[in-house]
Design a protein around this ligand. Structure first.
Ligand SMILES: [Zn+2]
Length: 364
């Protein structure tokens, strides 16, 4: 309801905004940022998704509190198992939710089966726990939904025998067994859980960015390296879906919180918008030569969810390759300090470390 209200309130601004922004390129950022004006006629309401829960725990569907299904860290504070900046006094970002074990073997080890939440294609399986913080993990791309998000299941004790990259899986199909595997974190038996993520993948050209970054070790996970995956809050999505506020991911992305609007001057079309065309707010210029850049709206954790192509006329006076913060919402940025999205400098706001990484990976 709030979204609709805001849209109606600001929709006329949407037309004026590009003009105003050009005129006041060095002005202070506006807050709150105006919503992205939809440019396409509303399509027929999409069918409501049929989602499965990743574990056999029924607590979420029964409407019970998060204590009934979320696994906290050693702190015991249940919020530490949620998506966001609940860890280390709010400074450490957790990009998924941790779902606790319901079933145990005689020695107390977790034995919960792990299920695919939607139909999809297995894109990645890491069988060597020592190769990742995620331990053994599986990534599924849900090609039948728009946008085609991925789901990720981590710290597994075993991947379902016979499951291979490229396999098609059904909603609710068993893909693994819960565990506590990780290369870096020692997860005690009592805190065994599945780390569950939903998100989008930034690029098909990830290795180029990884090599340039000089991490000093090999990228063991190809396109499914954590730096190439940007998650959103799976519990928030499941809650809105359960409440009937969203039918699926397209609705959910359209309602995402707008934290920052970035302008990138480039002629490049990132493969991101080709893989997630529904996030384009306007069609690409038909003549490829007239694309002059992008205005990209990101959510509080840096997920680029609304893309407006700009023409060369619109970016005429701007330096090719420049990246500029056009607007940001100060309150949202402050509330999400576990992610470095904006850096205040004497010259004005600049992309913070995490936002810069996202942009660099997108345009590498
Ligand atoms: Zn986790």
């Amino acid at each position: 309801m709030m979204q609709l209200f805001n849209f109606m309130k600001y929709s006329s601004l949407g037309v004026l905004l590009p003009v105003l922004l050009l005129a006041f390129a060095d002005a202070q950022p506006v807050s709150p940022i105006a919503p992205v004006a939809p440019t396409r006629p509303a399509a027929a309401a999409p069918a409501r998704l049929d989602l499965a829960w990743p574990t056999p725990n029924r607590a979420f569907f029964e409407g019970r509190g998060i204590e009934a299904f979320v696994q906290p860290t050693a702190s015991g504070v249940v919020e530490s198992g949620l998506f966001g900046g609940y860890r280390n006094g709010g400074t450490r970002f957790h990009e998924g939710i941790d779902l606790k074990a319901l079933l145990r073997d005689k020695r107390g080890g977790p034995i919960d089966p792990i299920f695919a939440v939607l139909p999809g294609v297995v894109r990645y399986i890491n069988l060597i726990p020592g190769n990742s913080d995620y331990g053994r993990y599986v990534v599924i791309e849900h090609t039948g939904v728009t946008p085609s998000v991925y789901s990720l299941y981590a710290h597994l004790s075993a991947v379902q025998p016979g499951l291979r990259i490229g396999d098609t899986v059904e909603r609710g199909q068993r893909i693994a067994t819960m565990g506590r595997s990780s290369s870096t974190i020692a997860i005690p038996k009592t805190q065994a859980h599945v780390h569950f993520e939903l998100g989008v993948r930034l690029t098909d050209n990830f290795q180029a960015w990884y090599d340039a970054k000089g991490f000093g070790n090999r990228n063991q996970h190809g396109l499914y390296n954590g730096y190439n995956l940007v998650g959103f809050d799976p519990l928030d999505f499941f809650r809105k879906w359960r409440a009937g506020k969203v039918a699926g991911f397209q609705d959910y992305f359209a309602q995402m919180q707008q934290a920052v609007r970035v302008r990138v001057v480039t002629r490049a079309v990132p493969d991101f918008v080709r893989r997630y065309p529904s996030l384009l707010k306007k069609p690409l210029p038909t003549d490829g030569n007239t694309l002059g850049g992008w205005e990209i709206v990101c959510n509080p954790t840096g997920l680029p969810f609304a893309w407006t192509p700009l023409t060369t006329m619109e970016t005429l006076c701007e330096r090719p390759g420049s990246v500029r913060i056009v607007a940001y919402d100060e309150a949202i940025i402050k509330a999400w300090r576990s992610r470095s999205i904006i850096l205040m400098t004497r010259a004005g706001p600049k992309p913070g470390r995490d936002l810069q990484d996202v942009i660099d990976v997108l345009f590498k």
